[in-house]
Design a protein around this ligand. Structure first.
Ligand code: SF4
Length: 221
């Protein structure tokens, strides 16, 4: 029997990246099953448990799939992809493309820096998520200009905390910073207003493209 790693995959598809530094560009999405958090506003509840996987795919099959798409960028997401026992092997094997790892901010990213082709889009779960106590604060020191930090803002308390963290960690000098809203709960206009008041240079407001292009409940797009 082969010892090749296998991956619990919820879905894999080609689309445009909805968020982060490559928003609007084509990407191969690989969504791994399982998450250690339970955010109040989670929009990917269908990927939260290991049982949510729809297929078990070997490393070779996943790499072949990415290769045959002809797309030069991969978005590795979840759930929480860094929980997967063999994620490092996958990241190493994908050295022929650039990879954005979308991680929920609760896991130290440093052990997963396996090459120049791997960048991290790290969430900071603000109070409104109910998961702030799980955040790995060291990541706020470890991100680079090739990575990004994403703050999903649900309300004024979240906004205040996001602004405080950006200032405290001098984040805009270290990495790319995105503010995004919980769809339909806080208006992007409110966020812009605070960005203006606080003179938040270097931060980009991000609208989740997928939810404007397709129905917000659509999957695999
Ligand atoms: S970390 Fe992401 S997948 Fe996990 S519960 Fe929060 S929003 Fe959902």
């Amino acid at each position: 029997m082969s010892n090749e790693p296998t991956y619990a995959v919820v879905e894999k598809f080609v689309s445009v990246d909805g968020e982060g530094p490559t928003a609007g560009a084509l990407s191969v999405f690989i969504r791994l099953a399982g998450c250690n958090l339970r955010c109040t506003w989670c929009d990917t509840c269908y990927a939260q448990t290991h049982q949510s996987a729809t297929e078990s795919i070997t490393l070779t099959q996943l790499v072949d799939y990415v290769n045959q798409t002809g797309i030069a960028h991969v978005t590795l997401t979840g759930g929480e992809p860094l929980l997967h026992p063999h994620v490092k092997e996958l990241l190493q094997a994908l050295s022929f493309v650039t990879v954005h790892v979308e991680t929920n901010g609760s896991i130290d990213i440093e052990p997963f820096r396996v090459g120049e082709h791997v960048h991290f889009v790290v969430d900071y779960k603000l109070p409104g998520s109910g998961m702030e106590h799980t955040m790995c604060l060291e990541n706020l020191e470890k991100v680079t200009l090739a990575d990004a930090y994403k703050f999903v803002i649900a309300d004024a308390v979240d906004m205040q905390k996001a602004v405080a963290l950006v200032k405290q960690y001098n984040l805009t000098c270290k990495t790319q910073v995105y503010f995004s809203t919980v769809f339909a709960e806080m208006t992007p206009a409110d966020v812009v207003e605070v960005m203006k008041q606080e003179k938040l240079n270097g931060i980009k407001l991000q609208l989740q493209l997928h939810k404007y292009i397709w129905d917000p409940s659509d999957r695999g797009v």
